[in-house]
Design a protein around this ligand. Structure first.
Ligand code: PMP
Ligand code: GLN
Length: 375
């Protein structure tokens, strides 16, 4: 009997595969199509000949742990203990899976805010626990009244994602104040904060759980170098957790991966001396603005985008097809792949919205926009 009877193949796999089959421009799955920084490529080439190919300590390459701690300190003024509060993971995906396996018991409830990223549900179900899905407001801000109503005596964890995939929304101070109140009221509640787009925000700055002392002791914060250094295929990320949670998380981690691949950990460690994550927001803001300008005469209506490298667009004035069918037709008839938004809702709510990834070189964005303007 299947342990996940209602879970199918991820929409990212489906859409990327269809894009390849139809030779479409792939603005669906979120990954950059431009080369990585030459400095990083040079580091990797050099390291290939050095003694960096064997197992590392399970928490991560010690110099990398120190540099991540420095990065967190510099970005959010939070001091973390690298040996006890930090874990390098095989991407944010493994960080999320491992955290849930380690901390959620059978029959617990975990609150997800819809539309929610697709990696949260399956690990909860594999714990024999349940997700409780709560819709965000129409403008994708959290609806705190609805969230609190969803609480029960079984509620163990809330998973938050800020900056938000797929909507590009970022949280305000008032949202954190509301979350802090909840955490105070429910002393057993844990927060899993997925912040993989932490360095990709635009007009408004990202607020991290790292900068909220009232939350830190109850939260696991997840980051991804895939997003920050344009290396999604490397699958290297990390999580920060207070020691009492980390002890449990490491028990699972050691049997899931033991340690994350050594070459990329050493490469990232060296690269962290040369790179500044502060430039990432400006880099992607230019891409966002360029992509939006290219689409301004299309029939798509563009939604606000405050962070991430995703642009939501409504096709309501183009078609009344459901969003999955529309995305398939966009690939087969127009040669552009996008992600339908309904897959991120428990009830498959269809708002006639699609998500485009603008982490692409300008020539790709231009050609994609030319095709989209003809729709
Ligand atoms: N969380 C969110 C919100 C994402 O968009 C992604 C995709 N990058 C992940 C987690 C997974 O990140 P990684 O590729 O580092 O596993
Ligand atoms: N995070 C990426 C996105 O939202 C997809 C990662 C994956 O394919 N699992 O597009």
């Amino acid at each position: 009997m299947s342990k996940l009877p209602n879970i199918g193949t991820s929409i990212f796999t489906l859409m990327s595969k269809m894009a390849v089959e139809h030779n479409a421009i792939n603005l669906s799955q979120g990954f950059p199509n431009f080369p990585i920084d030459e400095k990083l490529a040079d580091i990797v080439a050099q390291l290939a000949k050095e003694n960096v190919h064997q197992y590392l300590p399970i928490s991560g390459y010690p110099p990398l742990l120190l540099k991540i701690a420095k990065l967190v300190e510099k970005s959010y003024h939070r001091t973390i203990q690298p040996q006890t509060e930090l874990l390098v993971t095989a991407g944010a995906t493994q960080a999320i899976f491992t955290t849930i396996q380690a901390l959620v018991n059978s029959n617990d409830e975990v609150i997800l805010l819809d539309p929610s990223y697709d990696s949260y549900e399956a690990p909860v179900l594999l714990c024999n626990a349940q997700t409780v899905r709560v819709d965000l407001n129409d403008d994708y801000t959290p609806n705190w009244e609805r969230i609190e109503k969803a609480f029960s005596s079984k509620t163990k964890m809330i998973i938050i994602n800020n900056p938000h995939n797929p909507t590009g929304k970022i949280w305000k101070d008032s949202d954190f104040l509301a979350l802090e109140k909840l955490v105070e009221k429910y002393p057993d509640l844990m927060v899993l904060s997925d912040e993989v787009y932490e360095h990709i925000t635009f007009e408004q700055k990202h607020i991290s759980v790292h900068s909220r002392p009232k939350l830190c002791n109850r939260s696991v914060v997840v980051s991804s170098f895939g997003k920050s250094f344009h290396v999604t295929g490397w699958k290297v990320g990390y999580l920060v957790a207070p020691e009492h949670l980390m002890t449990e998380i490491k028990k699972v981690h050691q049997f899931l991966v033991f340690c994350v691949n050594s070459l990329s950990q050493v490469a990232i460690s060296e690269y962290l001396d040369l790179v500044s994550v502060e430039e990432l927001g400006t880099f992607y803001q230019e891409k966002r603005d360029y992509f939006r300008k290219l689409l301004q005469n299309s029939r798509f209506k563009l939604m606000p985008c405050e962070g991430t490298y995703f642009q939501l667009a409504s096709y309501a004035s183009i078609s009344d097809e459901n969003d999955v069918d529309f995305c398939k037709r966009l690939i087969t008839e127009h040669g552009v792949a996008a992600i339908p938004l309904s897959v991120f809702y428990a009830d498959g709510k269809d708002l006639k919205l699609v998500r485009f990834c603008f982490a692409k070189d300008n020539a790709t964005l231009e050609e994609a926009a030319r095709r989209l303007c003809a729709v």
